[in-house]
Design a protein around this ligand. Structure first.
Ligand code: HSE
Length: 434
């Protein structure tokens, strides 16, 4: 095997280090599968002196990833810098314009500029591959682009952020605080450089925008996504949900119908035992509903150095084999204009947490307001009042509703608040019966 495919890696953080680890261990295996030797020839990272556990002295070192992207000795530019803007965007554009194949794990970049970059890659006759951008080690991109090519997808949903799932799982199983577990997720290399992207739901939204486009053959449309993160979820919510037969997960959901496409990201109560409810810790799971294949669920580690690097290596081998095709499954010019479904309020059940003033008639008043809005209650938990509540005693009052519409739910909650029955703003979480 004399030919080689020469890689330039921009960004030697968690994932970049993982790529070096896999090549160090499986260089021969990957080369046998690729049909050519795989060589890292150039790298770019901020801190040259940092110990990375690999001898990088023979590689060309660039401070500026854009310069690496233009290096004529590089065949494949691997962008692991992150962020929707420069230098990642400029570097990817320079690489594509220099007719280099590009591999990126950058979901933010793809969610904002995916269609334009795909068009550029097509025009230059090179690959734009991004398996590592969604759900870490799960081959969801390849599955949608190739494995399900004979299906029309009507719906997909899933857990696509390892950090959030890790936080929610540890809060549930170990009773630990949100902030404490987030710190641990950061130390384990799961979180984004700015973890508000994780906990605020934006990272899930970036990933959802990418796979929605692939699944439905439509333009990438991040702006169309309703986004709500997990910051407001409390230990009590998780415990209450559990007692009532549910787990709380941050879901990304996309549905295509005659009316158009609906995309949303929000914390969700999922019944225990339903798909994705047992996907815990850093694991992600994506469920795809195809018209011929039926329901399909892929589960695996959604973040971390090695699972994500494993996805990068699959793109490397595809490029070496010449197995690349339009980035979003169809030529970028043929992606259908995004048609948003009319704003439809969630129809389903709701979890509602009220901090109710503990006085005669409060529960009856709440029940009356719900009845007025034709909302029927599935179950209720009322806990004893808290000792520390002063000056007016309150008691947590938790209820799960039968299916209703969001407008009715919101109207009821604002009336409950307006009429002075609660000491704090009511919390409401959607329930999906998957
Ligand atoms: N911060 C991301 C996560 C990394 O937690 O899922 C993988 O995209």
């Amino acid at each position: 095997m004399t030919k080689s495919l020469r890689l330039g890696i921009a960004g030697l953080g968690t994932v970049g280090g993982g790529v070096l680890d896999i090549l160090a261990k499986h260089g021969a295996l990957v080369a046998a599968r690729a049909g050519v030797k795989i060589e890292v020839v150039a790298v770019s990272a901020r801190d040259r002196s940092k110990k990375r556990g690999h001898d990088l002295s023979a590689l060309t070192w660039y401070e500026d990833p854009v310069k690496l992207a233009a290096d004529p000795n590089v065949d494949v530019f691997i962008e692991l810098i992150g962020g929707e803007g420069n230098p990642a965007k400029a570097a990817v554009e320079v690489a594509l314009n220099s007719k280099k194949h590009v591999i990126t794990a950058n979901k933010a970049l793809l969610a904002h500029h995916g269609a334009a970059l795909a068009k550029l890659a097509e025009a230059q006759g090179v690959a734009l591959n991004f398996e590592a951008s969604v759900a870490g080690g799960i081959p969801i991109i390849k599955t949608l682009r190739e494995g399900l090519a004979g299906n029309r997808v009507g719906k997909l949903f899933g857990i696509m952020n390892g950090t959030c799932n890790y936080i929610l799982t540890k809060m549930a199983n170990e009773g630990r605080s949100f902030a404490d577990v987030l710190k641990e997720a950061q130390a384990l290399g799961y979180a984004e450089a700015d973890p508000t992207f994780d906990v605020g739901g934006f990272d899930t939204a970036h990933k959802l925008a990418v796979i929605t486009s692939l699944a439905f053959g439509s333009q990438v449309n991040l702006a169309a996504i309703d986004i709500e993160g997990i910051e407001a979820i409390t230990l009590e919510d998780i415990r209450n949900a559990s007692e009532m037969g549910y787990k709380i997960k941050l879901l990304g959901v996309a549905v295509a119908s005659e009316e158009g496409i609906e995309q949303r990201v929000h914390p969700t109560l999922v019944p225990k035992g339903s798909p994705v409810s047992d996907t815990d810790g850093v694991f992600n799971a994506v469920v795809v509903k195809g018209d011929f294949v039926g329901d399909l669920m892929l589960e695996g580690r959604g973040a971390g150095a090695h699972p994500t690097a494993s996805a990068v290596l699959s793109d490397v081998v595809d490029i070496a084999r010449g197995n690349f095709r339009p980035a979003f499954g169809v030529p970028a010019a043929e992606l259908r204009p995004y048609k948003a479904a009319p704003q439809k309020a969630h129809e389903g059940g709701y979890y509602v947490a009220l901090e109710l003033h503990d006085k005669p008639g409060a529960v009856a008043a709440v029940a009356r307001i719900l009845a007025d809005e034709k909302i029927s209650i599935e179950s209720i938990v009322q806990r004893g009042k808290k000792e520390k509540d002063t000056p007016r005693a309150t008691a947590p009052f938790i209820l799960i509703t039968h299916d209703t519409v969001e407008t009715a739910m919101r109207a009821a909650l604002s009336r409950i608040e307006r009429d002075g029955h609660v000491a704090s703003h009511p919390r409401m979480i959607r329930i999906e019966r998957l």
